[in-house]
Design a protein around this ligand. Structure first.
Ligand SMILES: Cc1cc2nc3c(=O)[nH]c(=O)nc-3n(C[C@H](O)[C@H](O)[C@H](O)COP(=O)(O)OP(=O)(O)OC[C@H]3O[C@@H](n4cnc5c(N)ncnc54)[C@H](O)[C@@H]3O)c2cc1C
Length: 389
């Protein structure tokens, strides 16, 4: 039987870290907010490593995204304290530990030299180290490490704790959390007006935010020309445990490109060591494969041979919400009342503080702040129209 609920100011569809931060910030600003998700606080954050790495993850042509990442990274210390407070004391594991990107052979070294040059052109802080200097910093590194980049400003957070803290903060701020999936967007008089959930509930709201991660393009009822061009990009990750007797195993995030694949080791203060990640375009498949685990262990072992001594505690695969230009879609669509907060791809954890602020400002004032304007979903509707012209 369908039940009809009284309308809210805002409905957020999706309770991953992006939907949760949006709902929390909206409720903090006095908007009556509801959120729908069959498993809020889950999503890609259950798998993600939690690197906050705009400088080591810089790519050619992504300078605008760099600006967004740096802005969000700078907000993290204050954000972490605020979330801990708002959640009733959940520590999100923010750790200002820095990152070391290393090279194992001549090709990797060249690749890192190029990255270093690009970082310097962008005015970023990053220091070139010899292999010996890298090992002095991180004694567990393989003797074959040929050099590296020390980036003291790229940190980490624990995404699982972040998701749990945001869910608690939402509930404490009065967000109505519905543990059901949105089946269809409701559109009334050419305006988004809410959603029908798969338990029969209708949630009516003046504004709807679609934040369903890699599934954001699959909601029924969304007009074809505003469906977000988001796709799943699978990532497999391992979790190991560093016994107290081995600590400190690594003191910062260590990463490298090994035979063209990115591998990173992220050491948490509680002894967890996250090793990631594969990048696979395989639809919504989240199988952990022997091949994925093998490649991660092989590459991580080349970097830090001692990892084979550590207990392997978990293997998991998740889906990054990829977009055509690797940047998020933030802001209003061409359907009045429907906004997007999706497509954060490999940077969703990094971009959580900024996304919350930007979306709350949009929801309360109707204006997207200048920092987010280059990331409006309309950049793709314009491209679509050009391709049909
Ligand atoms: C292996 C891996 C490593 C990563 N490492 C990092 C990293 O180091 N640093 C970093 O910044 N980022 C990293 N990321 C990326 C980051 O995890 C994601 O960008 C981020 O978690 C996306 O959050 P989201 O809320 O947009 O989407 P999701 O986490 O996918 O959440 C979407 C939510 O929407 C819900 N949903 C879907 N459909 C519906 C519906 N119809 N109705 C209601 N709810 C629905 C789902 O249940 C889910 O809870 C990594 C990701 C992966 C997979």
């Amino acid at each position: 039987m369908h039940s009809l609920r009284k309308g809210s100011d805002v409905l957020v569809i999706g309770g991953g870290i992006i939907g949760l931060v949006t709902a929390w910030r909206a409720a903090q600003r006095g908007l009556r907010t509801v959120l729908a998700d069959p498993a809020p606080g889950g999503g890609a954050a259950r798998v993600a490593a939690g690197m906050l790495a705009p400088v080591t993850e810089l790519h050619y042509g992504e300078e605008a995204l760099l600006g967004l990442g740096l802005d969000s990274a700078a907000r993290y210390p204050r954000f972490a304290a605020e979330v801990a407070d708002a959640s009733g004391g959940i520590d999100i594991g923010y750790r200002a530990c820095g990152t070391l990107a290393v090279a194992l052979d001549a090709d990797d070294r060249l690749h890192l030299r190029e990255l270093h040059a690009l970082q310097r052109r962008c005015g970023l802080e990053s220091q070139w180290l010899t292999g010996r200097e890298c090992r002095r910093l991180e004694p567990m590194l393989a003797p074959g490490v040929r050099g590296g980049l020390r980036v003291d400003g790229d940190h980490q957070v624990d995404p699982r704790r972040l998701a749990a803290a945001l869910l608690a903060a939402c509930e404490r701020a009065g967000v109505g959390v519905h543990r059901a999936a949105a089946e269809r967007l409701l559109v009334t008089a050419d305006r988004a007006a809410g959603a029908l959930l798969d338990d029969g509930t209708q949630l009516r709201a003046d504004q709807v935010v679609l934040a369903a991660g890699s599934l954001s393009g699959r909601l029924a009822g969304v007009p074809a020309d505003v469906v977000p061009p988001v796709r799943p990009v699978k990532g497999q990750v391992l979790r190991l445990t560093v016994p107290a007797a081995y600590a400190p195993f690594l003191s910062r995030t260590v990463r490298a490109v090994v035979r063209g694949s990115h591998v990173y080791l992220v050491p948490r203060e509680n002894g967890e060591l996250v090793v990631g990640a594969t990048s696979e375009e395989l639809g919504w498949d989240t199988t952990v494969t022997a091949g994925g685990v093998y490649e991660l262990l092989r590459d991580a072992h080349e970097l830090v041979p001692g990892i084979t001594e550590l207990p392997l505690t978990e293997t998991l695969a998740g889906l990054r919400p990829g977009s055509p230009d690797n940047a998020p879609l933030l802001g209003p669509t061409d359907l009045p009342g429907l906004h997007l907060a999706t497509g954060h791809y490999r940077n969703g954890v990094l971009l959580t503080p900024l996304t919350g602020e930007v979306m709350a400002q949009l929801l309360t004032t109707g204006e997207l702040p200048p920092v987010a304007r280059p990331f409006s979903p309309r950049r793709f509707s314009a491209a679509r129209q050009e391709s049909y012209a």
